[in-house]
Design a protein around this ligand. Structure first.
Ligand code: UDP
Ligand code: MG
Length: 326
């Protein structure tokens, strides 16, 4: 049998989704079959510890259109997406979550836009179902903040659910930064972009794999990847403090000339005020160092030059090495 080159690739990261993986593949196939185009589903097993790796192997042996990349351990959502798009061979590559929060039935709409000539078609959540108010609120805040402080116009309320043309995928494949914020990178590269709105459903089964700690790290990756503002804050704060202390010094001199007695003593009675100021300046300095640390740590990760992810097995691909990296 000759190897059939797919037109459409659907890439999904999988981390402990044993309850959903069968249904996911079924629904994606059902959504794509009416289009009469060769397609593939690229599942990336991100070091799952449940039965999903086994299930994926089974699904692949039944349906060779389903291909599986196995990571050697958990590398995280963004790197799983990266590997999936690296391995995908389609002319259009759709990234979608495997927990069925992003309905596969929207994929044909993304493809229709792509046919109109758009090279990145992102899906905008018009509604979010079944998520805690905390998640909805922090997410809304974050997407608005990141637009304000970065110089990429990341559309608000979009996740990683999007379609990318082969050109875009190949471009992204050449950007090997470690702390990847894919939804930012796919905008940063440019090309013709369009949005399609959809309703994000509640998770069908299982729990979110994004606890608060991972969400924070993800937000920091997004901000540090696209903005220097946190670093510049130290400079601004420094100038503001310098300005205030200058005014204060001038006031002290003037008071010294006009009144007898110690001006500082009469302006700030006692040592508590001195202590408060020292502690305040100390705190500001520590926070600034922490911010620098966030950037330095990320520079260190880049310099080490480790691979983004390690693949232990790849099922169903024509050749071993990722298509976009050949
Ligand atoms: N995921 C992954 N690796 C991880 C965490 C999540 O591959 O370390 C996958 C997960 O299986 C799902 C997608 O990324 O398909 C989104 O994760 P999740 O649904 O937990 O995030 P949420 O929708 O709650 O933000
Ligand atoms: Mg989810």
């Amino acid at each position: 049998m000759t190897y059939q080159q797919p037109t459409i690739s659907v890439v999904a990261p999988v981390y402990n989704e044993e309850q959903l993986i069968e249904e996911f593949c079924r629904r994606v196939s059902a959504a794509l079959e009416p289009l009469n185009e060769p397609f593939e589903i690229v599942l990336v097993n991100d070091g799952s510890r449940d039965r999903s790796p086994l299930l994926m192997r089974e699904i692949h042996s039944r349906d060779p259109r389903v291909k599986v990349v196995y990571f050697s351990k958990n590398f995280g959502h963004q790197l799983a997406i990266t590997a999936g798009t690296d391995y995908a061979q389609g002319q259009a590559v759709v990234v979608i979550d495997s927990d069925l929060q992003d309905p596969p039935e929207v994929i044909p709409e993304l493809i229709a836009k792509w046919r109109e000539g758009y090279e990145v078609v992102y899906a905008v959540r018009s509604e979010r179902e079944g998520e805690t108010w905390f998640k909805t609120f922090t997410a809304a805040l974050f997407y608005r903040l990141i637009v304000k402080i970065t110089n990429v116009n990341i559309p608000v309320d979009t996740g990683d659910f999007r379609l990318m043309d082969r050109k875009v995928v190949n471009t992204l494949a050449r950007m090997r930064e470690h702390h990847r914020f894919m939804r930012g990178l796919s905008v940063w590269v440019g090309f013709r972009q369009a949005g399609v709105s959809y309703k994000r459903h509640a998770r069908k089964a299982g729990d979110t794999k994004y606890p608060l700690r991972k969400m924070l790290k993800f937000a920091l990756d997004g901000i540090t990847s696209f903005s220097y503002l946190p670093l510049q804050m130290a400079t601004y704060l420094g100038f503001i403090t310098a300005g205030l202390s200058l005014i204060f010094l001038i006031a002290v001199v003037v008071m010294r000339l006009l009144y007898s007695g110690d001006p500082v003593d009469s302006a700030f009675y006692g040592q508590a005020s001195t202590l408060a100021m020292v502690l305040f300046i100390g705190a500001v300095q520590l926070v600034s160092i922490g911010i620098i640390g966030e950037y330095v740590g990320r520079i260190y990760d880049e310099v080490k030059g480790r691979p983004l992810y390690i693949v232990s097995d790849a099922l169903g691909f024509e050749r071993e090495e990722p298509y976009a990296l050949r």
